[in-house]
Every structure is written in structure tokens, then in C-alpha cells.
Design a binder for this molecule. Sequence first.
Ligand code: ADP
Ligand code: ASP
Ligand code: MG
Length: 406
Amino acid sequence: MENILVQKYGGTSMGSIEKIRHIAEMIISFKKQNEHMVVVVSAMAGETDRLIALTKSITEMPALKEYDSIFATGEQVSAALLAMTLQSMRYNAESYLGFQVGIRTDAAHSKAKILSIDTQKIYTELDKGKIVIIGGCQGISPEGNITTLGRGGSDLTAVAVAAALGAKACEIYTDVSGIFTADPRICSDARKIEKISYEEMLEMASTGAKVLERRSVACAMNHSVRLYVRSSFEQGQGTLVCEEDPTMENILVSGITHDKKESRISVRGDLGVKGGVANLFSHIADKNIVVDMIVQNIPDEEAKSSISFTVPKEDRIQAVQIVKDLYKDAHVTWNDSISKISIIGAGMRTHAGVAATMFDILAKENIDIKMISTSEIKVSCVIEEKYTELAVRLLHEGFQLAKKKS
Ligand code: ADP
Ligand code: ASP
Ligand code: MG
């Protein structure tokens, strides 16, 4: 089927009945130019937080199958409200939950992976002239249970649906007018980027730029989905995420990101014979906990091993428990008041000294670096959480991001 457009509207865009009406009007104007429209929606602003708080009021570690059943209701409500609004405007629209359009996932509740999408159902509904509205961030496990994809996962639903349907583009509508050189809520002089490579955007998303969920960018990159980020509230071209082109390589640093969502866990003691580290991280991986940074001190003969690593804050309790169960005599500490600051740019491949400049900018303000990690196009530093905003602004200014022309 040709000429399919997939759009996704985020929580703030769906925040009230008034806003849903505005979104419905936008969709109607797009429908006039596009034969087939598929719209993925998030829960209304604040709703997912409310639902998660409800589960946490019962237990810190809820049974994840029940957690997913509760989480998914946020998108169920917003999808149906949008469909009703379009119907009341005399448009042929219908809402569907993940399982109703065959979004099959694995059974990793609360962070499930999409395995396949049954496109036939969607094609059939589009063929009837319907605007297909899908509740984002959810699917169905092989056992037939409702699963969710993790926070921000509606972006992934939209991109995966666009890839599966062979859509001409996937447009993510949100509360900012595109992807900026830093979070515009922290850096008032952050600049909108016209075009960014999948690879740079993947690093930005992985290091905290929540404007796009990390796996949605990976999915777009793997399936060459033309991905736009635009505002629901003002007109504009937004930002295009696409293949790298030669002009992008000249940009040394494209963006600064920050992430306050990680905790650091440190373990000191006898981690056992060879393979101790592998053993530790395979137990953590078994619980689907994603470890980001790892720093190990290789001990001399007398000294004890020491290893520090970061995990998402919501997984810290479970990760600490795993470590304690494995190494009963080890000394385990953790710190939730850290943040990770990163600089990202394709130009780092060809320019030396970028990391040194970053360390220098932080050192001049006496901001201590607690951990460092790098990739070909990224440098990340863990610092004390209280310095996050200051560090972002200093780096944004230090790398002259506000002044550059696009
Ligand atoms: P939605 O509810 O539409 O999914 P999100 O809150 O998930 O929206 O993402 C949009 C937010 O991402 C913006 O309000 C902005 O504060 C934040 N953000 C962080 N980094 C960036 C960046 N580099 N560019 C644009 N927005 C960013
Ligand atoms: N509503 C979910 C969340 O707040 C999913 C999403 O918005 O993408 O994380
Ligand atoms: Mg989001």
C-alpha cells in the first residue's frame, strides 16, 4: 500500500480534551493530503506517572505483568478519546490497542521488545478509509498478556509501525519544535538542529535526550525510516533524522545531553575466581537490567577488586540485591545523586582533543568527574547531580553551540 503517513502525538500534546481536539484538527488537515493515516498516541500528560505511583503505593517492586496491565490503560484512554473526537467531527477513525493490531513482543514485562507487527489488520482498516489510531508503548506477549515497552515507548511503536507498513515518513509531534543542541528547558539559547544523523541521534537519545526514545532511533536507523520531530503547537519543518551526509562531519560537537536517571553501584571485595565479573553482569542482564558505564580497578595481588557501574535508578534496588546475593562478603555502596553529561558529534571521528576540552571546561568550575566513557562520536562524564544544569550550560557555551549557524 502506497502513501501511508505515521504520526505520533506525545503526552503533552494529548494533555486535555481541548488539546485532543486541536490534534484531531491537525490530523484532519493531514488526511486531506495523505491517503492513509496511522496515528500513535501516548497517555495524557502525567497519567503514566500517576498510574506508576499507584502501583508503587502498594509495593516498590510490583509484579510486572500487573504493572503492565495498569500502565497500558493510559494509552487506552487517550487513543479512544482521540478516535471519539474524530468521529464527532464526522471522520472515519477507530482506536486499537497493541494486541488488536498484532504488535507481538517478548515477555519482558515493563521493557518488552517488539518481535513482529501484523500489518494485514492495519492495511485492511486503512483500505476501508479509516484513520487508524493505535495506543502506543504496548503489545502482547507470546503467552497472550499485555506488555509495555518502557518509558517513552510510544516513539518506538510509531517507528516500528512505520517500518512495518513501509510508510513514507514517521512524524513525532511533541512540545518542542525539534531536536536542539541541548535540552531547551535547561539552555535557553539552545539551537534547533535542521538535520541530524541516526548515529548521532542514537547517542543523544542513549545519553538522556528524551525527545526521542533510544530504541525508536535504532529502529529508524535499521529500517531507514524517514523520521521527523516537530511541534504539536507551532508550524515548522522540525528536525529530520536521516543518514549521515558529508556536511555533518564538519560539525565537531552537535549536542550536549544530560541524564539524571542513573545510579552508581560500587562493589569492593573478592569477586571470585576468573569470570567473576562475567558472572555478575550475566545475572544482572538476566533481569533485563541495562548496565551503562563500567569502571574496574584491576587489583595487584593483595588488594581487593573494586568495580563501579551504573544502572537505571528504577533498577537500582534489584541490582544491589543481585550483587549482595552473589557476593555475601563484599562491600556494596550506591549513589542515586549522580548525573551523566555527554557531548556528541560525528566530527569527533576526525578531530582530536575534544575530550580534553570537555574535561578542561568542567575542571575550571571545580566539577569533579567520577566516571568517564567514550565512543567514536561521544564522551560521557558522571558528575554530582547538583552540577547538572551548570555543566550543560558551560559545555554548550564552551563548544559554541548557540552561535553556530545551521
Ligand atoms: P512527549 O511527551 O511528546 O513524548 P517528551 O517529554 O518525551 O515528549 O520529550 C520532549 C522533551 O524532551 C522536551 O520537552 C525537552 O525538554 C526534552 N529534551 C531533552 N533534550 C532535548 C533536546 N536535545 N532537544 C529537544 N528536546 C529535548
Ligand atoms: N505514556 C508512556 C510514558 O509516559 C509512554 C510514552 O509516552 O511514550 O512513558
Ligand atoms: Mg517521549
